[in-house]
Design a protein around this ligand. Structure first.
Ligand SMILES: *Cc1c(COP(=O)(O)O)cnc(C)c1O
Length: 331
């Protein structure tokens, strides 16, 4: 099986913003785009993206999961990066058109079609370090993906990082390329030094998130996770899991969580921890590494509640459970 995100559908939908107007979206080849070497995005990182999925149900229908949330977040990212704004209806049409075009290629569960809307500043103007781009490109790529957990439920090892940050504090809620480049060195160092899978960024002891996923602590019937603020990415999966947990009668505590409290709770026998994001839904965390010491979360294996919550969300996405919150849109 090819690595996640390396296979693309041969076409994508694309719209351009020029002379204060958006063009009508078109279906074009996804092999190449043409950019001036002085394009704003290449020098000043005016770029943002989204990640969502379409699922094939047993009746053959193709269903997009919480597309409205991803569109809103992309509008917000574009605004915070001073990229041209666009109507939600434009991106909704671009997503729906391309998914419909490749409906036959949407894999069956546990696979899905991963959808990657991207927005970049294209003005050729290297003098615009402190000015927004006047033109941009919006496109929607498709990448069919398989079972994220085909290798089994191996638990993740996270290094707790209290000194560094994932990105600049005011950029946390923007899904923008520069943030991932900014987190890469700490992640590579954590891999090389302690064989960690990910870094859990905890600036000044405040447990935030990893490079590309939100962090949830599950202690018995309670889920604890950082309350929304501008310092981290507001995951759609995070919101969905918290909603499902409330539906199941769990207590959801959105609040500050310190490294100290995290380590204290993790040491108890039935505590669980997980990372949430569109690609994996919920990935179990088995080990926290802090100041050279390794602490198992609970017994270090994939938690029962983690797996139950993941299944509940998968069941909705795959059309096996009632979609009572209206999260699915038929393409
Ligand atoms: C995309 C992303 C997430 C997860 O968001 P979802 O909407 O659940 O996919 C979390 N953190 C970061 C930094 C991300 O880029």
């Amino acid at each position: 099986m090819a690595a996640f995100g390396t296979v693309f559908m041969p076409q994508m939908t694309l719209a351009t913003f020029e002379d204060s107007n958006w063009s009508a979206p078109e279906l074009v080849s996804s092999d190449t785009i043409q950019l001036h070497p002085g394009a704003h995005v290449l020098h000043y990182a005016s770029t943002c993206f989204e990640g969502l999925k379409a699922f094939r149900h047993e009746d053959g229908s193709i269903n997009l999961f919480r597309m409205d949330r991803n569109i809103k977040r992309m509008q917000q990212s574009s605004k915070l990066l001073s990229l041209p704004d666009f109507d939600a209806s434009l991106l909704q049409k671009m997503i729906t058109d391309v998914v419909k075009h490749f409906a036959d290629e949407v894999p069956k569960p546990p696979g899905s079609m991963y959808i990657r809307p991207t927005h970049i500043g294209t003005e050729a103007a290297i003098g615009k370090a402190a000015s927004p781009t006047s033109s941009s490109l919006l496109y929607v790529l498709l990448s069919p993906v398989g079972d994220y957990f085909s290798g089994g439920d191996k638990t993740l090892r996270l290094l707790l990082e209290e000194n560094g940050s994932r990105c600049a504090a005011h950029m946390g809620m923007v899904k923008s390329g520069g943030n991932y480049a900014s987190a890469l060195q700490p992640i590579l160092q954590a891999r090389a030094s302690v064989n960690a899978d990910q870094v859990l960024f905890c600036p000044n002891g405040d447990v935030q998130e990893t490079g590309a996923a939100n962090f949830l602590l599950i202690d018995g019937n309670e889920i604890i996770t950082k309350a929304l603020d501008s310092s981290f990415l507001h995951g759609v999966t995070r919101d969905s899991i918290l909603t499902i947990a409330r539906d199941m009668g769990m207590t959801v505590s959105e609040r500050e969580l310190s490294v100290e409290e995290l380590l204290e709770r993790a040491a108890k026998p039935n505590t669980e921890a997980a990372l949430s994001g569109t690609a994996a839904v919920l990935a179990p965390v088995g080990t926290l590494i802090h100041n050279g010491k390794e602490c198992s979360v609970g017994d270090g294996t994939a938690g029962e509640t983690t797996l139950k919550l993941r299944k509940a969300l998968n069941d909705i996405q795959w059309g096996k459970a009632e979609d009572k919150h209206g999260w699915l849109t038929q393409a």
